[in-house]
Design a binder for this molecule. Structure first.
Ligand code: B16
Ligand code: MG
Length: 213
């Protein structure tokens, strides 16, 4: 087996919180009268909350102070957390659950590498609060993707070198981060066709075959 560990992005890979991110940013943008669409939202994938806010404010004719920006980010996060509160174990697909269990049965170390500060809350909601061997997230990094810090931290937490870990990502910023950290990357969703990825997943379950190789 080429890989001894797999590091998963959270939003867009393990579960779909991306729609909630979109709705919460859209509500803020509407209140501020700033045009905001799905294409803008795609550029927020994998990057930090404050960097995501900058994507929203790009089209604003008004410039805001740092205090105002922090208040906007808090407003968005409060609404986002409210929407996340609707999530439950039903939001973990059978495919993801079965695949994770199959990978664990093969002896692989499994970790999360997410830019989100809401990672523990989301994992609890979907019933994976104590499943992973390690969780590296937005609470323990100073640079978010495309910087490789979060994946390097996850690899260190599971005691493995990046050369034997596979990163699974749905964001171009995440694929870039994986490659910069010396990891192979399996890309899916929005990043599926990214040429920098080693693997292009047709489905999440493809990971079992990749891990066996
Ligand atoms: P939060 P991931 C990322 O999670 C999201 O893709 C990105 O859209 C979001 O801005 C970022 O988390 C920060 O999230 O506001 O919850 O701290 O894809 O790296 O799992
Ligand atoms: Mg993601």
């Amino acid at each position: 087996m080429k890989y001894a560990g797999i590091i998963f992005d959270l939003d867009g890979v393990i579960c779909s919180t991306d729609e909630y991110h979109y709705l919460a940013w859209k509500a803020l943008a509407d209140r501020l009268n700033i045009p905001f669409g799905r294409e803008d939202n795609n550029r927020q994938r994998g990057v930090s909350r404050m960097e995501s806010l900058e994507v929203v404010l790009e089209k604003s004719p008004v410039s805001y102070s740092q205090e105002e920006k922090i208040a906007f980010a808090t407003e968005k996060n409060d609404l986002y957390r409210q929407l996340l509160g609707e999530m439950g174990e039903k939001d973990l697909s059978a495919e993801v659950k079965d695949t994770l269990c199959a990978l664990r049965a093969m002896g692989l170390k499994l970790a999360i590498g997410s830019s989100s500060k809401n990672t523990p809350f989301i994992l609890d909601r979907i019933g994976l609060g104590s499943f992973f061997d390690a969780i590296a997230d937005g609470n323990c990094i100073t640079h978010s993707k495309p910087h490789p810090e979060v994946f390097l931290k996850a690899a260190e937490m599971i005691g493995l070198d990046p050369s034997v870990c596979l990163v699974v990502e749905d964001a171009k910023a995440g694929v870039e981060a994986a490659v910069a950290g010396g990891f192979d990357c399996a890309a899916m969703g929005d990043a599926k066709d990214d040429p920098r990825a080693t693997w292009h997943l047709g489905s999440f379950a493809d990971l079992v075959g990749i891990a066996r190789a």
